[in-house]
Design a protein around this ligand. Structure first.
Ligand SMILES: [Zn+2]
Length: 275
């Protein structure tokens, strides 16, 4: 390689690493993400508007109050003042939930009976919030779509949806929504990696504990989920949140750390209300 080229390539690599490497809150892991967080949040807002248009929203006041109460407690410990948190219940049997960048959380009615109580719901919501905080959606788009689509096209497609979108444009918009986390809405399964899942479980367990919910319920929730979804292949939640065989054991192993966080929390709700 000619010296000038070496300098240019090295400079480009250095710039890329300085701007694209990010550190995940709580776990402190490093990850590659070329998407600026402000863009990711704007895309999350846009995708959320699409979700509200496409899905049937539940007006069950009790259910909405529960989801909002648990969501606000998790949001309070997420240390993300730039997020405009919003919570919605989708009136569907689908057993799923997601949190888009920017703090837009959707819980499908179908997963509520399995959560059983506020701590079970906190397990799911804190897991989803971690995907957003750790910016797993932006990383998925970086890995899967950036090279083929180009950043400019991604922004144009999501931020300026047009009446004249072609079928191919719409398909790309749906892929981006799936990348951000709203795959269930557009019927596209884009699984998080096992590494992202492990991180969402680990940080989620800490967040629910800091929010005042007994982190031991996370282990019981996953047991109930496995039992309730036996025979479904794969259950909706697991289709984009793939489980590892060691999920329950990993949560058990980390429980002492989460319990310490729970003891330090200013409020203790235990399991919260049962439903
Ligand atoms: Zn997940």
């Amino acid at each position: 390689m000619r010296p000038n080229l070496v300098i240019i390539v090295t400079a480009a690599f250095t710039t890329c690493c300085v701007t694209a490497c990010m550190t995940t809150p709580v776990s402190g892991r490093k990850a590659l993400n070329i998407m600026p967080e402000s863009e990711e949040i704007a895309m999350g807002e846009s995708a959320y508007k699409d979700v509200l248009k496409k899905e049937k929203i539940s007006h069950d006041s009790r259910l909405n109050a529960i989801v909002t109460r648990v969501g606000k407690r998790i949001a309070a410990v997420a240390n993300k003042p730039e997020y405009q948190w919003q919570f919605v219940v989708i009136d569907s049997e689908v057993q799923n939930a997601f949190c888009l960048p920017g703090g837009k959380i959707a819980v499908y009615r179908g997963i509520i009976p399995i959560t059983k109580n506020e701590a079970g719901l906190a397990t799911v919501m804190a897991h989803e919030v971690t995907h957003a905080l750790a910016r797993h959606g932006g990383q998925r788009i970086t890995q899967n779509m950036e090279l083929s689509l180009g950043m400019g096209i991604i922004q144009a497609l999501l931020l300026r949806p047009g009446e004249n979108d072609t079928a191919a444009d719409q398909q790309k918009r749906q892929m981006i929504m799936a990348g951000l986390g709203a795959g269930a809405t557009v019927g596209i399964v884009l699984p998080f990696s096992r590494g992202d899942e492990a991180e969402a479980d680990e940080v989620g367990q800490i967040l629910m504990a800091r929010a005042g919910y007994d982190p031991e319920e996370s282990i019981r929730f996953w047991d109930r989920f496995s039992e309730a979804t036996k025979g479904q292949s794969p259950p909706a939640f697991l289709s984009d949140h793939p489980s590892s065989p060691s999920r329950a054991q990993d949560l058990r192993d980390r429980l002492p750390t989460a319990k310490t966080e729970y003891e330090r929390a200013p409020q203790h709700y235990g399991l919260g209300d049962a439903f």
